[in-house]
Design a protein around this ligand. Structure first.
Ligand code: ATP
Ligand code: MG
Length: 418
């Protein structure tokens, strides 16, 4: 029988990579906590209708990318393709916004979309997701953007760009979409089949097109920025003013419409040139009608989702990941028990310690210590055993000294922390 392989579009996150993932998660938890965000964990699967209603039936996600299956009782379930719909469901079901009218939450976990797998695009991928409910003021838009950028910085990302737009709201977007559709209909011949379909279902999505032959037409289309209602225009103006106040640089892009139907007003994205074709690290925006649409109170919402595969792909590797502080080399016939006890005591003292369990020779054990990038090696040969000492070797300096048994833990701790 041939060996099993991971399902197409899924991948293992191997021990050599998990250090980078843990660093991203730790940065998220630390930083988001300081902004008043608390973690929420919702189920991986939900009723299919939640996503159909929450994301929009005409979106790529709902129309062709969801992992949907019938449960044994006949109900239709779907693996979550994004986090917001499930979080909004949980917020409504548990009435969280009445206890906290400025509710701030974040979530970390896997999402599922049946896309064509390629670099930076998987069928199971992971997001860090942030949502703030109940604050209509533009300053929460700025807080969310500021936090997203501070997070990327804390992760060690450099050379990324913030892209910004406003997509209007229920008062101005429908009229703009009509104008846009009319503009597209008069040039149908210049559009490929994908864009032509979108003219009917979701004309804003034409702005996502990368087809070279459509670009000239797209550049000539009416722009949302010229069709915002006074409220959306003021809101966007204030967001930009506060971003300037904070010294946050951004690029305006009227083509940034985002894939999901529920966005209103501010939308944003952070891209990195280091990523190549799939260059979007995170995307987000305001979704003021969504909570109400999903049966909850009329509270505002804004959030973003970050792709962890894409972020960890471009981060510098964490220094010292998988490194061992001390490697014990018991060579003397009766030295093994002493090594086991020392290993226990050093670990209790907070050090990362490994030893050989197979009674191998000096050469092979030193090789192992090198492989583990051990900072110190402690050797116990017949002579050391007789004298009650260990030979402790500083691997970087290539120096060594004899340290008496009772002093070892304190000695190594001082060397490593001092
Ligand atoms: P893209 O334009 O790359 O398809 P998107 O607009 O579909 O992104 P969102 O739904 O806003 O993305 O998700 C937010 C982030 O999640 C993206 O910026 C990206 O980093 C990540 N992401 C989205 N889809 C995938 C996927 N299939 N595989 C890996 N990461 C993904
Ligand atoms: Mg997508």
């Amino acid at each position: 029988m041939s060996a099993f392989r991971a399902i197409k579009g899924t991948r293992d996150i191997l021990p050599a990579e998990t250090g980078a993932w843990q660093r991203v998660e730790a940065a998220a938890r630390g930083l988001f906590g300081r902004f008043g965000y608390r973690e929420i964990r919702t189920p991986i699967f939900e009723e299919t209708q939640l996503f159909a209603r929450g994301i929009g039936a005409d979106t790529d996600i709902v129309s062709k990318e969801m992992y949907t299956f019938d449960d044994r009782d006949g109900s239709s379930l779907t693996l979550r393709p994004e986090a917001t719909a499930g979080i909004v469901r949980a917020v409504v079901e548990n009435n969280l916004t009445s206890a906290d009218p400025a509710l701030r939450v974040y979530a970390i976990g896997p999402m599922f979309r049946r896309e064509r797998p390629q670099k930076g695009r998987y069928r199971q991928f992971h997001q860090v997701d942030v949502e703030a409910f109940g604050v209509a003021s533009p300053s929460i838009d700025v807080e969310i953007v500021e936090m997203a950028l501070a997070f990327l910085e804390a992760c060690g990302l450099r050379d990324h760009e913030l892209v910004l737009n406003s997509v209007g709201d229920g008062a101005c977007r429908p009229a703009y979409v009509d104008v846009l559709r009319a503009g597209l209909l008069s040039h149908l011949a210049k559009l490929g089949p994908d864009s032509r379909r979108r003219v009917e279902t979701n004309p804003l999505r034409v702005f996502d097109s990368k087809a070279p032959e459509e670009q000239e037409l797209i550049a000539s289309l009416p722009r949302i920025s010229d069709h915002l209602c006074p409220e959306c225009r003021d809101h966007f103006g204030e967001v930009r003013r506060q971003l300037d106040l904070m010294g946050i640089r951004y690029r305006l892009d009227h083509r940034l419409v985002r894939g999901l139907d529920y966005y209103t007003k501010t939308t944003f994205e952070v891209t990195s040139a280091a990523l190549g074709a799939q260059n979007s690290v995170l995307g987000g925006g305001r979704y003021d009608g969504l909570v109400r649409d999903l049966g909850g109170p009329d509270v505002t919402g804004i959030g973003f989702a970050l792709g962890m595969e894409r972020l960890t792909m471009i981060l510098p590797l964490p220094a010292g990941d998988g490194r061992c502080d001390v490697f014990l080399v018991p060579l003397a016939a009766g030295g093994r028990d002493k090594a086991l006890l020392l290993q226990r005591d050093l670990r209790r003292a907070g050090l990362t310690v490994l030893m050989d369990h197979e009674g191998r020779g000096l050469k092979s054990q030193m090789k192992r210590a090198d492989k583990l990038a051990a900072r110190y090696v402690a050797l116990l040969g017949e002579e050391e055993l007789a004298r009650g000492v260990w030979t402790v070797r500083d691997m970087a300096a290539s120096t060594q000294e004899a340290v008496e048994d009772p002093r070892l833990v304190v000695y190594l701790k001082e060397k490593l922390n001092g």
